[in-house]
Design a protein. Structure first.
Length: 239
């Protein structure tokens, strides 16, 4: 979320004061003078405000990619054990698997925004709140040989199919270790600001993740947790 807060920038005062004097015949004639001020000026900065939710027919918000064990209450929409898992939950990654998920990104700010960067951030824990009450906590590796192999063998393709736009294609480590924090997107899709009577503009962004067939035994039984994030900039006056 990138949001510029409302801020008073102060008074912009314009004053005109004429003090020129005219001297003639030993008398001084002062010109009429006056002052004028335009007071109370408040400037509200526009905002770029993005939110994201998964969208794959899921019954409750949560991660895009997760195993059935993370959410034992789930009504998984598809067979989680099929060769190429594509349902709500997956049965566990195997070398050669390809899984596709969709994220909806919404602009809730006041300015049109364009996506210019994407990143992945590893984390060591994630808590899933369960509909039946309570929660389920999982832990993931963020270092070590297995972690390094996974981010080098997980191939990620991020696109907007309905616009035929490719945002990123490469290995997961490229989204984690970029020197400026975000990897620049190959294209810069625009998300419009909300229009009166309508909600904010949205983009349906598809993530295709494949685990290379060369992935080794070190990955067996290991968890890896990542947050996918986008960087957005205002469109206006931005070349």
């Amino acid at each position: 979320m990138f949001k510029a807060s409302k801020k008073t920038l102060g008074f912009m005062t314009v004053g005109i004061l004429l003090l020129t004097a005219l001297v003639a015949g030993g008398a001084t004639f002062a010109l009429f003078t006056d002052q004028a001020a335009n007071e109370g000026n408040e400037f509200t900065a526009g905002t770029v405000d993005l939110s994201a939710n998964r969208d794959h027919g899921d019954y409750i918000p949560g991660p895009m990619f997760y195993p059935a064990s993370l959410d034992p209450d789930g009504n998984h929409a598809y067979d989680e054990n099929q060769v190429n898992p594509s349902g709500e939950a997956i049965g566990g990654w195997a070398p050669g698997d390809n899984v596709q998920r969709t994220m909806i990104v919404t602009n809730e700010g006041s300015l049109d925004a364009k996506i210019t960067g994407i990143k992945a951030t590893p984390r060591d824990t994630y808590t899933q709140n369960l509909p039946s009450g309570g929660s389920n906590i999982v832990t993931g590796l963020t270092s070590g040989d297995a972690y390094e192999e996974f981010i080098e063998k997980a191939y990620v393709r991020v696109s907007i199919p309905d616009q035929e736009l490719l945002l990123f294609e490469g290995y997961l480590y490229e989204l984690i270790n970029h020197e400026v924090g975000f990897t620049p997107t190959l294209n810069q899709p625009v998300i419009q600001a909300p229009v009166a009577g309508f909600g904010g503009g949205t983009l349906n962004i598809t993530f295709d993740v494949s685990l290379d067939k060369s992935a080794g035994n070190d990955l067996q039984g290991q968890n890896f947790i990542f947050d996918f994030g986008f960087y957005a900039e205002q469109v206006r006056n931005n070349n």
